[in-house]
Design a protein around this ligand. Structure first.
Ligand code: MN
Ligand code: MN
Ligand code: MN
Length: 283
């Protein structure tokens, strides 16, 4: 049984269309997949339509990855197993998208001061109807031959404190949890090992997230070393959070794949424990 509760499509910064993502999930023998685009649920609806017509056995979990701001850190909270047609949630996601758009326009302005022209238009073209994110600007810079890889685009221009950095205006951690609960979902702290913070800060984050009513945390996420997984498993127990697993798949590469190496360490409560998953995924 393969469960992957974190993936992206072209509706945000993933490279695959919804159909391509679902086909790839089938190829990788994923049984349960959550689509969790950044601040949009458009991919979930599209995937449902596709699956109901294709007769696929893949079980789709509705999801979203919400950007929040916490003590200067950009913290991502996954909303899983929620009502993706909840009108209030859809309005709230539109607000988030508008914030992202305003930020992208400011980033483009700063990049133009660095000598790069028409950056918003170029990033928008890459986004292909989806939201323009920093990753798109990184790809434009890479394609222009201005940086040697995506990472360098962040260390030179887009990262915190660099020339084209614009601080985001996201909602708080507690608001994200509330929004997710209002739509009937479970709030899961995304990729806790990726925030580049000390253990002291991470514990503070988990404590506040749990106090705000957060339900779970990712314990196994894309390419996480075993020792870090063990640490996260220990923290999930300490803060009494349920455990989630997800590849954070954006595009096929040597390092990321749907459903790969995502088995949950023992002794944890899976976030999907009370979901009605089909018989083939009884746990
Ligand atoms: Mn992303
Ligand atoms: Mn994320
Ligand atoms: Mn993600």
């Amino acid at each position: 049984m393969k469960i992957d509760l974190h993936s992206h499509t072209r509706h945000s910064d993933g490279h695959l269309s919804v159909t391509e993502l679902l086909e790839r999930a089938a190829t990788m023998q994923v049984d349960v997949l959550a689509i969790t685009d950044h601040d949009t649920l458009a991919g979930v609806s599209e995937a449902q339509d596709y699956l109901s017509q294709s007769g696929s056995k893949l079980q789709l979990i509705s999801g979203v990855e919400i950007s929040t701001r916490w003590h200067g850190f950009d913290i991502h909270v996954l909303g899983l197993h929620l009502d993706h047609k909840d009108p209030q949630l859809l309005v709230r996601m539109e607000q988030q998208q508008e914030r992202r758009r305003q930020r992208a326009l400011k980033i483009a302005e700063k990049l133009e001061k660095c000598g790069y022209q028409e950056m918003y238009a170029k990033a928008e073209e890459l986004a292909d109807g989806g939201q323009v994110t920093r990753a798109h600007f990184a790809r434009v810079l890479y394609q222009l031959g201005q940086v040697k890889d995506m990472q360098q685009a962040f260390t030179r221009y887009l990262g915190k404190g660099k020339r084209a950095y614009v601080a985001p205006q996201w909602i708080t951690l507690a608001e994200a949890v509330e929004w997710i609960h209002d739509a009937g979902g479970e709030a899961v702290l995304a990729h806790p090992a990726n925030y580049d913070m000390t253990m002291k800060w991470l514990k503070r984050l988990l404590g506040e997230f749990a106090t705000a009513g957060g339900d779970g945390m990712e314990v196994v996420h894309g390419n996480l070393a075993k020792d870090k997984q063990r640490t996260l498993a220990m923290l999930a127990k300490e803060y009494q959070l349920k455990a989630s697993v997800g590849s954070d798949f954006h595009f096929p590469s040597r390092w990321t794949e749907l459903g790969r190496n995502l088995s949950l360490p023992e002794g944890l409560t899976p976030i999907w424990q009370e979901w009605r998953l089909g018989p083939q995924v009884a746990v």
